[in-house]
Design a protein around this ligand. Structure first.
Ligand code: IFM
Length: 501
């Protein structure tokens, strides 16, 4: 199934209505739009998201489920990684985590009270196929049946990611996991196993989460510490890009498998954390600079072009020719599966300015002391979602593809008061600022369809263990007590109002 195509005039028509201009006037290059919007004294743009906007929360299997050795689940690379001394900041494991496996009913009741109508979770490959390939563990499938039925009973639509980094350890042992092309076919077979069993209940699918993170930055590329499982850094840029290529192949084969196995029409989305490039001043020269930086970005071009168009962009490929992977005959055709929508995991971005040097842009270094969301990489850049959405549309030629914020959030620094309430005002200020920029994109007619807050619960934050808290709901990991934070109450009111309060 291909992406629903809104009428060709939709963005300009929407803008024109709001600005009291004709669509023809707006046929000018996008660079001029910002200036025009400011000059307009016409009717105000809609102040709220439309009623069908998807307000949601997100989690991932290994970060919340626990029950690591129950009902036939196999080990993932993260189970193994957590056992290696010194890998996880607090020595935490994924054995119990938030115990969502046993507590999902109460968690979903809390989601329903929050007012979200959509929940993005992931399915654990080693719970469904413990050895990574071969026999299906029906008890594992039953867990997701119970979870999804409970969501539906609460009027919440399930959105399932098939891979959120928990590769079966057996495949790491058999052929070095993502380093081998073989993984792509095993992933597709796993997708078939899941969708043929759960496709009667789930019709929104995301094959892989954040290729850039697990395959590159925190995965196989050199340098990022602390690393992610399996803790392997590859020496050359070509070897690193080869991993990205294998993930794209897995994506393409899985899209085919999902559509073939689904008993009813379904929708497939990517969920990528591409790099948002923000012009430091919104004038044409700096906007043009940010646009160039966005198109030149290694991960943007390596992942988005193949996902959206089934090939590399030729200018990008020339720029990065030293690091291009091997692509076998037919791979581009496999990868080029139509997407129904694109998820954007948006936490941060980079500021850019025009330059007379190099390729016409310069990245502005983030100064020491710049505000962060609890992690060194999480610079607070509220315009990141707006420019990410806009530049995918403009620089990657995808003006009609629906896009949603598939993750956004931070790790708060608040502690509970005497009554147990966590006043996570950093989360509220951050999410409010980001949501206002998402609304801006919507007002300008970009096809933005939803916002998925990361995360619903405090959970296992990879190499940081349980030291970072991304949840709207506080979890006491000793008692497993859940306490909604102030941010939960803010989000509930925001959902009710239809815009960031
Ligand atoms: O916790 C992660 C999530 O698994 C993927 N996106 C970023 C989040 C915060 O680091």
């Amino acid at each position: 199934m291909s992406a629903p195509r809104p009428a060709a005039t939709s963005r300009r028509g929407f803008l024109a209505q709001g600005l009291g201009l004709t669509a023809a006037t707006l046929a000018a290059p996008a660079l001029n739009l910002v200036g025009r919007e400011k000059e307009s004294t016409a009717a105000p743009l809609p102040a709220s998201f439309p009623p069908d906007f998807e307000w949601a929360v997100a989690t991932a299997a290994i970060q919340v489920e626990g029950a690591a050795r129950e009902d036939g689940r196999g080990d993932s690379i993260w189970d193994t990684f957590c056992r290696e001394p010194g890998r996880i900041a607090d020595g935490g494991t994924v054995d119990v985590s938030c115990d969502h496996y046993h507590r999902f009913a109460a968690d979903i009741a809390l989601m329903a009270e929050l007012g979200v109508k959509h929940y993005r979770f992931s399915i654990a490959w080693p719970r469904i196929i413990p050895e990574g390939r071969g026999a299906v563990n029906e008890k594992g499938v039953d867990f997701y049946r119970r979870l999804v039925d409970c969501l539906r009973d609460h009027g919440i639509t399930p959105h399932a990611t098939l891979y959120h980094w928990d590769l079966p350890q057996a495949l790491q042992d058999r052929y070095a996991g993502w380093q081998s092309r073989e993984v792509a076919q095993d992933f597709a077979d796993y997708a078939t196993a899941v969708v043929s069993r759960l496709g009667d209940r789930i019709d929104r699918w995301m094959p892989l989460n954040e290729i850039a993170t697990f395959a590159y930055y925190s995965g196989y590329a050199v340098g990022r510490t602390p690393p992610h499982a399996p803790g392997i850094a590859l020496a050359t840029p070509r070897e690193q890009s080869q991993i990205i290529h294998h993930t794209l192949l897995a994506h393409g084969l899985a899209c085919q498998a999902i559509r073939a196995a689904s008993p009813r029409p379904c929708r497939i989305a990517g969920a990528e954390n591409f790099e948002s490039c923000v012009p430091i001043i919104e004038t044409p020269e700096h906007i043009e600079a940010a646009k160039k930086a966005f198109a030149d970005s290694f991960v943007n071009g390596a992942i988005l072009h193949p996902l959206l168009h089934g090939r590399w962009d030729s200018a990008w490929a020339e720029l990065h020719r030293e690091r291009l992977p091997e692509v076998a005959e037919g791979d581009w055709r496999t990868i080029a599966q139509p997407l129904d929508e694109l998820g954007f995991n948006c936490y941060t971005g980079g500021y850019f300015k025009a330059s007379s040097q190099g390729r016409g842009y310069e990245s502005i270094a983030i100064p020491a002391g710049y505000p962060k969301g609890g992690l060194p990489w999480l610079n607070i850049i509220p315009e990141a979602p707006y420019w990410g959405i806009r530049l995918v549309s403009e620089a990657f030629n995808a003006p009609h593809l629906p896009i949603f914020i598939s993750e956004n959030g931070l790790s708060d620094s608040a502690t509970a008061d005497a009554s147990g309430l966590v006043s996570d005002i950093d989360r509220i200020a951050y999410s409010r600022a980001y949501l206002r920029q998402i609304l801006r994109a919507k007002q300008e007619g970009y096809p933005v369809s939803g916002y998925y807050h990361w995360s619903f619960l405090d959970n296992f934050e990879w190499s940081e263990g349980y030291t970072k808290r991304f949840g709207l709901v506080h979890v006491d990991f000793t008692s497993q007590r859940r306490t909604p934070k102030l941010g939960y109450h803010w989000y509930r009111e925001t959902i009710r109002a239809g815009h960031a309060l």
